[in-house]
Structure formats: C-alpha cells, structure tokens
Design a binder for this molecule. Structure first.
Ligand SMILES: [Zn+2]
Ligand SMILES: [Zn+2]
Length: 91
C-alpha cells in the first residue's frame, strides 16, 4: 500500500498540500480522548472543504491527533471484513 512515492514524499518533508500526494486512506477513526467517532466530510458552514489531512480535529472535545503518517479519511465504515473479525458485530 505504501509505495516509493509516498516514502520519497515523507522523506522530502513535502506536506499533504502537494498535488502528488496519494488519495487519503479511508479509516474508521475514533477520538483517542472522548472516543467519539470522527467522520470526515466537507462543512461549508465553517469553510472546510475536507482536503487531505493527517491531523484530525475532534468536533466533540477539540482534541487534535494524528492516527498515521499519511493522510487518512474518517468514514462510517469500510468495505471489507475479515472472516475472523470480531468487531463490529455481524449484522
Ligand atoms: Zn478529519
Ligand atoms: Zn474527542
């Protein structure tokens, strides 16, 4: 998943604003402090277009945290599930 371009970009210190940065990785993210789920989406009311970002801002408690060294996108759920996975519960 992490290709040489990402590694080169990380080493060079280029930020996520660089146009060659790959698409953010969809993840189920929870705030490490208050545990509320973090869903990323554009919020025109506060002039937020949801550009690729690494540090996330919890809308509930104001914590800022970085779950990975690459841009991630908080989603309600991911598309795949392992056969042995125990969470979330099967529907
Ligand atoms: Zn976010
Ligand atoms: Zn929080």
């Amino acid at each position: 998943m992490v290709n040489i371009l990402v590694l080169m970009t990380l080493k060079s210190g280029m930020g996520v604003d660089n146009p060659i940065w790959p698409h953010p990785i969809d993840m189920v993210l929870h705030c490490p402090v208050c545990r509320n789920q973090h869903i990323d989406a554009p919020e025109p009311a506060v002039n937020w277009s949801n550009p690729p970002h690494r540090s996330h801002l919890c809308q509930v408690c104001g914590t800022r945290w970085r779950p990975a060294d690459v841009p991630t996108n908080g989603v309600t759920g991911i598309w795949t599930r392992g056969q042995e996975d125990t969470w979330p519960e099967k529907k």
